[in-house]
Design a protein around this ligand. Structure first.
Ligand code: EPU
Length: 417
């Protein structure tokens, strides 16, 4: 088992370069198989989610070569086979192979996907979209057989502005006959990144980034070169860490507009931020004003930053509140923060934080990816040593986290026990 050991209290300064967005990259890799030619994706993060998707590519006989920060994918010999439960369960984003295989071969067979246990995470909206395009879905236990004789463009209204369903329906619809309209589509920057990739391959998608996406089917998709956008959640996590223990800590290679909901909150709290065109410099303040956040779909406050942000709230005098509206089970980090000295209570979907409190290092668990990020943030700002277990969750989404933090002065080590 891998653990992280962190001795808190160091001041972090220097530059952290942000990598490509996990939640974009994990859709771009499956999307690449829609092409009839070789595609190159650059700024690919080195995280285990990417490795797991490459394993699925290998299994499907899709050539893929990793070079530093890029991946070249050639799907010309792809064999459309059932994707096993073991592969499907390794990560959430395995389900993008449903849309991509259905879109290209009109058939996909795979199992319910894995991912963090942050809620029930149904896929009904994905399936509703596939069915609207003319597919039939048979479910045998955890196995999904999705097939169509022909895929025909359709008008689809999503009950929830789901990121995954929006992307999966785009993947299934790019080669469908005629026009598809997705209403109440999710607007996250990752969706724009995927649509741009598909358009570079010859797809005809408009409206990505708004709540109405229009797709006119094409017969063929060609090779292209594409860049993954910077990871706004990785950037936000390090920004929060900087506000806890930074001194002129530069978070570089980012798109600041993508985390405006976070930076505007931090500025309201009195944070010390210098926002540049593609970077933000952050320094710790002795005192922050208390505040409240409510997670929402983009451009609202991202659920994926709620957990690390809660650590910063422990430093604010008075009462702060965090209301989670996207996932039913995203407060698993709270008992560990309490164990470290935080004063936090949970009622329904709201956590109330009373501060300021001092945090002290102890043994904690990364119960999911962003809970793990919260543990890292808490440990860096705590007195003494913290040991974090279940680190595999963190490595799914934060590339070279140990190196990146060590380079700016953190005392952090990864060990096998
Ligand atoms: N939902 C349904 N039915 C569906 C799809 C979603 O009820 O068919 C519900 C979900 O249960 C949830 C809400 O809709 O309550 C939003 O889910 P969404 O589909 O938008 O989430 P996702 O695509 O499964 C992605 C990210 C998550 C991130 C959410 C919200 C990936 C691989 N995952 O998940 O990222 O929290 O969007 O922004 O892109 C993370 O990175 O730590 C992470 C969990």
């Amino acid at each position: 088992m891998k653990i992280l050991e962190i001795v808190g209290g160091s001041t972090l300064s220097g530059t952290i370069r942000i990598g490509g967005a996990k939640n974009s990259c994990v859709a771009l890799i499956p999307a690449a198989i829609l092409s009839d030619e070789e595609v190159t994706i650059c700024n690919v993060p080195e995280i285990s989610d990417t490795d797991n998707l490459c394993e699925i590519l290998n299994y499907l006989n899709v050539e893929n070569k990793r070079a530093s920060e890029s991946i070249v994918i050639n799907p010309k010999n792809l064999e459309n086979k059932e994707i096993s439960e073991e592969f499907s369960k390794k990560l959430r984003a395995s389900y993008y192979f449903m849309g991509a295989l259905l879109g290209k071969y009109k058939k996909a067979v795979m199992y319910f996907p894995g991912g963090c246990s942050i809620g029930t995470r149904p896929i009904d909206q994905h399936l509703k979209g596939f069915e609207a395009l003319g597919a039939t879905v048979s479910v045998e236990g955890n196995k999904y057989i999705i097939e169509a004789e022909r895929l025909k463009g359709s008008h689809i209204y999503l009950d929830i502005a789901s990121v995954g369903a929006t992307i999966n329906i785009m993947l299934a619809a790019v080669k469908a006959e005629g026009k598809t309209v997705i209403e109440n589509a999710a607007k996250e920057p990752e969706i724009v990144n995927i649509a741009t990739f598909l358009n570079n391959m010859g797809a005809r998608i408009t409206g990505a980034g708004t709540s109405t996406i229009k797709i006119t089917g094409v017969q063929r998709l060609k090779g292209c070169f594409h860049e993954v956008i910077p990871d706004r959640i990785e950037a936000g996590t390090y920004l929060i860490i900087g506000a806890l223990c930074g001194e002129n800590l530069k978070i570089d290679n980012i798109i600041p507009e993508h985390i405006e909901s976070l930076t505007s909150k931090m500025l309201e709290m009195g944070a010390n931020l210098e926002i540049g065109t593609d970077y933000i410099i952050v320094s710790k303040k002795d005192k922050y004003r208390n505040t409240s956040i409510k997670t929402a779909v983009y451009p609202g406050f991202p659920t994926d930053l709620q957990q690390p942000f809660t650590v910063l709230l422990t430093k604010c005098p008075g009462k702060s509140k965090v209301t989670e509206t996207i996932w039913e089970n995203r407060f698993m980090h709270i008992p560990y923060l309490v164990q470290m000295g935080a004063d936090i209570t949970i009622k329904n979907q709201t956590a109330t934080v009373l501060g300021p409190t001092k945090l002290t290092g102890t043994e904690v668990v990364a119960t999911d990816l962003r809970a793990g990020a919260a543990m890292v943030a808490a440990a860096l700002s705590a007195e003494g040593k913290t040991m974090i277990t279940n680190v595999e969750h963190i490595l799914r989404g934060y590339e070279n986290i140990v190196q990146k933090l060590t380079d700016v002065g953190a005392k952090i080590e990864s060990r096998e026990i």
